[in-house]
Design a protein. Structure first.
Length: 337
């Protein structure tokens, strides 16, 4: 309701976001296009634009922003569907739909990335249908000379007898509810302790990761390149997926991918990366996927890794992303002229 807790939270986020972007907006008077990366900044740009200026919104969220805020920071243990009947959640989804309808271009990394918005509210369908797509690209930072020592201090030195002979599967990211970390923990709970796999968890504080014989908590790891060099496979069990940076980095590292078949994760399969897909996030499904990866012949695992690297080489480098952005700008310029 207006003035309620959720409404106040979103208004505070809007105020902070617009304050941070105001300097950029103030310097945009001579620009043909104002690029924004969230609906709050997009609304501010629409309000301030002059003449024939266009406002484009590059979409980075996996859900409407109010749902993300209430779910992640309010009741992360709840099912996201339970929030959709809240009057203030509906009000702010209505607001976001209105912003989407007014910007000149919506840009997503891939068609699959619109899936979550379509599932949450069918009114996003028509708006997502007019979106443009610029596939992301990335490259892991070059390891520094001191990164090995830093990695050791962080607990990410994955050598040693505890892991000898085990496949090492990496969960990399936050424990926000859309990432499905709770589903992964539930799956680990039904695996036999003798399963030939260890799940290393990088991102969430170690204190927040339950003790388990098949789970090793690393906390924050800064040297992502060395981390990938130390593991066998990446796990992504997102409930909603845009087109995750960590998964792109895993393709560069030549790693097989164990992915929930949702949103942008499905794009990696379409693009030819070395994927093993999970149909759902039931504990038994994830456990079966982990068991399958643990039982693969080393040659099969290596072949999947080569597929991932070849996918990155063909389509996911920073150069590819830059060229795709330029192509979109050129197409937009031709339309305007």
């Amino acid at each position: 309701m207006p003035g309620g807790l959720v409404d106040r939270m979103l208004r505070d986020i809007a105020t902070d976001t617009c304050a941070e972007s105001q300097a950029s907006l103030a310097s945009s008077s001579g620009a043909d296009v104002i690029f924004t990366h969230d609906p709050f900044s997009a609304e501010a740009a629409l309000r301030q634009r002059a003449g024939s200026q266009q406002v484009w919104m590059m979409c980075h969220g996996v859900t409407p922003i109010v749902l993300y805020a209430v779910w992640s920071w309010g009741v992360p243990e709840a099912d996201w569907r339970s929030f959709l009947d809240y009057s203030d959640v509906r009000t702010w989804i209505d607001w976001e739909l209105e912003v989407w309808s007014r910007v000149d271009r919506l840009v997503f990394p891939c068609p699959e990335a619109t899936e979550s918005f379509r599932a949450i509210d069918s009114r996003f369908n028509a708006l997502a249908d007019r979106a443009q797509f610029v596939l992301s690209g990335a490259a892991a930072p070059v390891p520094s000379a001191s990164s090995g020592a830093d990695l050791s201090r962080s607990g990410a030195d994955l050598s040693g007898p505890r892991l000898e002979g085990k496949r090492v599967a990496l969960y990399l990211g936050s424990a926000e509810p859309y990432r499905g970390f709770d589903a992964l923990l539930a799956a680990a709970g039904i695996l036999s302790p003798n399963t030939n796999i260890v799940i290393v968890v990088a991102g969430p504080p170690s204190s927040k990761v339950p003790k388990h014989p098949l789970i090793r908590a690393l906390g924050r790891v800064d040297d992502v390149a060395q981390l990938f060099a130390s593991v066998d496979v990446l796990i992504n069990v997102n409930r909603f997926s845009l087109f995750d940076l960590s998964t792109i980095e895993a393709t560069e590292a030549g790693k097989p991918l164990l992915l929930h078949a949702v949103g942008g994760n499905r794009a990696f399969l379409r693009l030819g990366a070395g994927c093993v897909m999970l149909d759902d996030l039931e504990p038994a499904t994830i456990a079966a996927g982990l068991t399958h990866v643990a039982s693969l012949e080393q040659s099969t695992l290596q072949a999947l890794g080569r597929q991932s690297r070849e996918c990155w080489d063909r389509q996911l480098t920073p150069r590819h992303m830059w060229e795709r952005h330029l192509a979109l700008y050129d197409a937009a310029a031709r339309v305007r002229t």
